[in-house]
Design a protein around this ligand. Structure first.
Ligand code: URP
Ligand code: ZN
Ligand code: ZN
Length: 470
């Protein structure tokens, strides 16, 4: 059966066109420019989607989400089922989550366990990065083997969280050497965890336990220092592909920029929370609301400068990607479950549903172009993480397509969102533009807010190791 998406404005990362899109067997069969004419004439058996006055864009690709992330005491509140439905409602048709090996644990077992969790639940296509929380010789052998075995082309390392997921510089160097050798890309949570732990200890000892101290004990200088160190280690390792996650500050961005200029094989992402939220209006609210904004890297004070610099970084391609770092915890039952001391609050913000909309606001305000919006939300993440069939409205690509209505207006609210989360970090935000129809491999899975997708329909995506020298 064929579907024809007619009368829309097709937006790709490199161009826009007045074109109709023909979809067949889950793939894009043709993209035909109308050139002032009537466009494709649909056959009697074709399904027609009228996209008049709408943008037709590739389905969003969110390469940094944490569904049902186990923190020990609790799990992030979206399952792969609820979180992937929320992603779909927001126009995201591919998610990449993480399997997590801890010190002394087995990489392959962690992958298999996480795979089994996701497989029966996802409504959109999905994949996994491999976290190495205990880099040793066997972990590196196993991580390398995941390329062929499972189609995993990325690992993740933590310079933060000593005693949990932290890797020291020697471990990071060894892992980056493996990446240099194989072409795997290393995602790095860049914060100086040892120094941060000292500041946390001192804040608690001084009785400074309110949410705002979460940010104040994780200063931007310690994010920037870690970005710098990761970049040096990537170069010493022989040019390992490096991807800095959740860049939150002007200082860290400056280190990314400097590293790109000196030839480091480095890429970076930011997230909507660092472009839209201010410390004063979030953590500064105190308990309990402030707990809802505790995430790492943290929201920054002096947010106007950080926001402006990060938008500029997106415009200039110093930041290649916007992902969400979706990691929701319900406010009352989870964020506050260990009491009112900032360092006991599970870290994370939920946002998988609102990424396309929140970044589209940058198009509305003139920060980025339509093409750049598509590039940072879909095309670039696909390319960096080896998703060959995603992120482009082009012949042969998967028919993951969003019909986006630029004239829509919506208000974000926990009362109406699809995430399994009892608050919204963006409550009351009024958005220009909105998702109308979402297609995943040719199936309409969301139309005008109605979801029609079976749990488990999402396909596991084997990924290629991309050639990633800039
Ligand atoms: O606060 C966050 N981001 N929690 C999720 C884990 C991480 O550090 O990415
Ligand atoms: Zn992180
Ligand atoms: Zn994360």
């Amino acid at each position: 059966m064929r579907t024809v998406i007619k009368n829309g404005h097709v937006i790709n990362a490199w161009q826009r066109a007045e074109a109709d899109v023909v979809v067949s067997d889950g793939r894009i069969e043709a993209v035909i420019e109308r050139n002032g004419g009537p466009g494709v004439s649909a056959g009697s058996s074709d399904t027609v989607i009228d996209a008049t006055d709408c943008l037709v864009i590739p389905g969003g690709v969110d390469v940094h989400v944490h569904m049902q992330l186990n923190t020990g005491a609790t799990e992030s509140s979206d399952t792969f089922a609820t979180g992937s439905v929320a992603a779909a409602c927001g126009g995201t048709t591919t998610i990449l989550d993480f399997s997590e090996q801890r010190a002394g644990g087995n990489v392959l077992a962690s992958f298999e366990q996480r795979f089994a969790q996701a497989e029966s639940q996802c409504v959109v296509d999905w994949g996994l990065h491999q976290v190495l929380g205990g880099v040793d010789a066997q972990a590196l052998i196993d991580a390398r083997s995941l390329i062929e075995r499972e189609g995993v082309s990325s690992i993740k390392l933590f310079m933060a969280y000593p005693g949990r997921l932290y890797s020291d510089d020697g471990q990071i160097l060894r892992a980056l050497q493996m990446c240099s050798d194989t072409g795997m890309i290393a995602m790095v949570h860049a914060e100086n965890g040892l120094a941060i732990d000292v500041l946390i200890e001192q804040a608690i000892a001084a009785g400074n336990t309110d949410p705002v101290f979460h940010s104040l004990t994780r200063p931007a200088a310690l994010e920037a220092e870690a970005v710098h160190r990761a970049a040096v280690l990537s170069r010493v390792a022989g040019g390992a592909p490096l991807y800095i996650v959740h860049v939150s500050s002007s200082e860290a961005l400056a280190e990314v920029r400097a590293a790109r200029r000196n030839g480091t094989n480095i890429f970076a992402e930011t997230c909507p929370q660092y472009l839209h939220l201010s410390l004063e209006k979030t953590l500064g609210k105190g308990w309990p609301e402030g707990a809802g904004y505790i995430c790492s890297t943290p929201l920054r004070s002096g947010h106007e400068t950080h926001h402006a610099d990060l938008w500029n970084g997106l415009r200039e391609d110093e930041l290649a990607v916007v992902s969400t770092d979706h990691c929701p915890f319900c406010l009352r039952e989870q964020k506050l479950m260990n009491g009112q001391t900032f360092e006991r609050v599970p870290n994370g913000i939920g946002g998988v549903e609102h990424r396309l909309d929140l970044i589209y606001q940058g198009v509305v305000s003139g920060e980025i172009s339509l093409e750049r919006w598509v590039e940072v939300c879909a095309t670039a993440p696909s390319r960096l993480f080896g998703l060959d069939t995603k992120g482009v409205i082009g012949v042969g690509f998967d028919a993951d397509i969003v019909v986006y209505d630029p004239a829509a207006r919506t208000t974000i609210s926990a009362a109406t969102h699809h995430m399994n989360l009892d608050y919204s970090a963006y409550e009351g935000f009024i958005l220009q533009g909105g998702v109308r129809t979402v297609m995943s491999r040719g199936d309409v899975i969301v139309d005008r807010g109605v979801v029609n997708a079976r749990a488990g329909r999402g396909k596991y995506l084997r990924r290629r190791v991309p050639a990633l020298l800039r």
